[in-house]
Design a protein around this ligand. Sequence first.
Ligand SMILES: Nc1ncnc2c1ncn2[C@@H]1O[C@H](COP(=O)(O)OP(=O)(O)OP(=O)(O)O)[C@@H](O)[C@H]1O
Ligand SMILES: [Mg+2]
Length: 377
Amino acid sequence: MLEKKMKEDKFLAKIETKNDTLSKEFGRILHTFEEIRIQENGDSRPPDLFILDVGNDPEDRLDRFYPLFQSTSIGEVFVTSPMAESGIILKAMRAGAKEFLPQPIDAADVKQAVKGFIARREQMRASSPVSPGHLINIFGSKGGAGATTIAVNLAVTIAQEDSFSKVALFDTHSRLGEIPLFLSFTPIFDWSEITRDIDRLDDTFLMSILYKHTSGAYVLPSPARMNNYLPLTPDVVDLLMNAMRRLFDVVIVDTGNPLNETSLKMFELAETNLLISIPSMPYVVRTGRILDSLRSAGYQSVRAKIVMNRCTKHPEISLKDAEAALDRKISGLIDNDYPSTMSAINQGKTLEWVAPGAEVTKNIRSLASGFVGLKKG
Ligand SMILES: Nc1ncnc2c1ncn2[C@@H]1O[C@H](COP(=O)(O)OP(=O)(O)OP(=O)(O)O)[C@@H](O)[C@H]1O
Ligand SMILES: [Mg+2]
């Protein structure tokens, strides 16, 4: 893992040439820099440094590779050519090349250029620290509490309200999680791709697995079949959440209701833990037991906020009694509205879509407003 981390920290360089001798010459020089790693076959991360050999046909090659210069995912482009006339150099620089390296290449010149590249990139890294995204763990106190309804609608509402924030929704269920049903899509990938090959986990791999919903939220579904997938362990959750928080401003997790090592890990990692309850005896009792379990497992259960779902005018247990029984304040209330929530599920649409004016939708909007504008600095 350490090796993987070090690999990720290095700047990735790609040498684009049909000339093997030239490729080896550049390779030898780049290898002298420990900050740089040369792109291998199968490396999907876009390079930080792209060295483009435009050979003896610079005009044509510069035109053909023009989109590359415009790409925001590629760091810097160096152009090299045996034809070093001023017109060609000017064209390369105007396209956006950072350096022009005439051939035959001069090792000292190339080293100087690479040093400049490393200095600029390191400066960029230092001046733009990426603060981790905000992780919201949605935990059902008991089956049917409304964890999935709240996770899905919260994610979609935040994504729609805040177009600057990147929002992700992750379904940790071991199988047959219901998020695809709630959002009416058929998943191609799910998190078993990640547990199967955790060493491959990088930004490109993760983004290739996520499904983009029309609201803008990115979804990582749970396995839909009983295939031989590897489970989510606390270590995998740790790595995966790290990766997701690097990419997204808000990560919402539908953890369901199992109390195990993996869900405890989620409680530990999350900035916000929402414990979903219902003002009725079995749910309130179970909510109390979960708080006790968290406390005895050494987790700061104080950080878990209670959201009472399916609230009616005359609940089976009054909110005052529930607060007294749980010895804590209730942080959020969501109206009981079975027709709206069921109609949303049946249509595979969000509450915003099927019942924009309903109290339940307003309650979710108000819960979401606490997580809007969390764009990473
Ligand atoms: N605010 C609400 N008012 C009325 N019904 C609701 C509300 N929230 C959820 N429901 C209904 O409760 C049922 C369970 O909801 P949901 O699937 O979201 O719960 P869950 O905690 O994810 O359940 P599971 O344990 O099966 O994962 C659904 O039929 C849903 O329509
Ligand atoms: Mg659920």
